[in-house]
Design a protein around this ligand. Structure first.
Ligand code: PYC
Length: 312
């Protein structure tokens, strides 16, 4: 039987499961090349770790990897039930709290290698982590698509380490009781983007959809609902999604560099965000909190018919 040791955490309600032992050895290529090796050679480990019955669509997994640059605390490849992620903001916050739990890092500045670049991260006291994300930008402004049963939906296509469609013209009730409607709505928007061939650069699929509503408290600036690739919604305010949102806010002249933007999730958790401008891109800093929620050994029994997860 194969055993995989994992540490679970959650960042503002959104879970992260980091493989700390028993995962595949992907060699020493770049982190982006190692994603291809993971996908082609060990995808059943991804599905075993995050798909049911051990996980569900809400989980983000992460495989710790030896970094190419020894100045980095670790390399990481994030994944979910649908595939692999370029970067994950809440996952990086969970990762740092996991490394602290393992006593592999202390408070202060660290670097983490991801498939989309090296991320600067600061582990602060009180389970707080700040990360400086990859340069983020708006690719397309005010894209209008017709969504059956909804009507015209207008939004921006933006990159924040993943591809996002940031909806501008719908203001829905962003509360948990409305989640089934919000999930169906955002899946319909995602399907229409795909049907109309609206993509990120090089034809990349836009697999995250964001809705916004006014914040419920005066200290926060916005509340969001983020559909993630597996069809579940992000319980955290979504680090890469908020990076994409900041890029759109800068492009529209709505938020100045250095200003704090407090983005709240549908469950009420908050990321404090700001950015530095770099031409038409933003360099976002995202701060949030994570907590360890479990430490376990996954058992992969080859006689179990669902040993490598239920894959749709
Ligand atoms: O925090 O970047 C994020 C994220 C992506 C998908 C789920 N969370």
């Amino acid at each position: 039987m194969k055993q995989i040791r994992v540490i679970d955490s959650h960042t503002g309600g959104e879970p992260t499961r980091i493989i700390i032992a028993g995962g595949p050895d992907l060699g020493t290529a770049s982190m982006a090349e190692r994603v291809d090796i993971f996908r082609s050679g060990f995808d059943d480990i991804r599905t075993a770790v995050v798909c049911e019955p051990r996980g569900s669509d809400v989980w983000i997994g992460g495989l710790l990897c030896e970094p190419c640059d020894s100045n980095c605390a670790t390399g990481i490849i994030f994944f979910n039930t649908a595939g692999y992620l370029g970067m994950c903001g809440h996952g990086t916050i969970g990762l740092m709290i996991t490394l602290q739990h393992l006593k592999r890092i202390g408070l202060g500045d660290h670097q983490v290698e991801t498939p989309v670049g090296t991320i600067q991260v600061r582990l602060e006291s009180g389970n707080r982590v700040s990360l400086t994300n990859v340069p983020s930008y708006r690719l397309l402004a005010d894209v209008e698509i017709e969504v059956p049963g909804v009507g015209p939906v207008v939004g921006d296509v933006a990159w924040g380490g993943n591809w996002f469609f940031c909806v501008k013209n719908l203001v829905e009730d962003l509360s948990i009781k409305n989640e089934p409607y919000l999930t169906n709505l955002t899946i319909s928007i995602r399907d229409q983007l795909q049907a109309r061939n609206v993509t990120g650069t090089e034809g990349c699929h836009i697999d995250h959809i964001e809705l916004y509503a006014p914040a419920r408290q005066p200290e926060n600036h916005s509340r969001n609902f983020v559909l993630t690739p597996g069809g579940s919604y992000d319980r955290s305010p979504c680090g890469t999604g908020t990076s994409a949102k900041l890029a759109c806010l800068m492009a529209d002249g709505k938020v100045a560099p250095g200003t704090t933007w407090r983005q709240q999730s549908i469950v009420g958790s908050v990321f404090e965000c700001s950015y530095q401008a770099d031409g038409d891109r933003v360099i976002p800093t995202i701060t949030g909190q994570a907590h360890i929620s479990g430490e376990s050994t996954l058992i992969l029994d080859p006689t179990d018919p669902y040993c490598t997860g239920i894959v749709s």
